[in-house]
Design a protein. Structure first.
Length: 149
């Protein structure tokens, strides 16, 4: 499994801890930055992670900012991305099972390291259940094809 991870300055500490954790889990990690807690713009890092997925360099992405919301909004602008802000283990499971999410967004103000590791583990180890959800995800992805910008 290959995971791209990125954060802005507010998510830097949690991202750094998760990079170490993912390495310990023997997961191939691509750390897209930021690499300090100096102020940066979250769309830049969301773009790097989403482009890694779009180019098939990675299977999943993890994005972290203060609330997770900005990262989610930026990520969902990219073709083929289904990003979700998650603050609970149950929602990590459901967004994979029902929405086939491929990018997990975390809010550093809402999720501590312990909870983040459990959310990440659940997200990465839960499969899309397909079934009735397959048609719904297809409709969601068709919006990219037909929505005029």
């Amino acid at each position: 499994m290959r995971v791209a991870i990125g954060s802005d300055h507010a998510g830097y500490e949690l991202k750094s801890a998760l990079v170490k954790y993912l390495h310990q889990q023997k997961i191939e990690v691509y750390d897209m930055g930021t690499f300090t807690n100096s102020s940066v713009d979250y769309p830049d890092y969301a773009g790097q992670v989403c482009q890694a997925i779009g180019r098939d360099m990675c299977d999943f992405g993890i994005l972290i900012c203060y609330t997770g919301i900005g990262m989610s909004m930026a990520a969902n602008k990219y073709h083929g991305i289904r990003a979700a802000v998650v603050q609970s283990i149950e929602n990590a499971q459901l967004t994979r099972e029902h929405n086939d999410a491929n990018v997990l967004c975390l809010g550093a103000k809402d999720v501590d390291f312990d909870l983040a590791t459990r959310i990440v583990d659940t997200f990465l180890n839960t499969n899309f259940t397909k079934g009735r959800h397959l048609a719904r995800v297809a409709k969601l992805m068709n919006i990219e094809k037909y929505e005029k910008r």
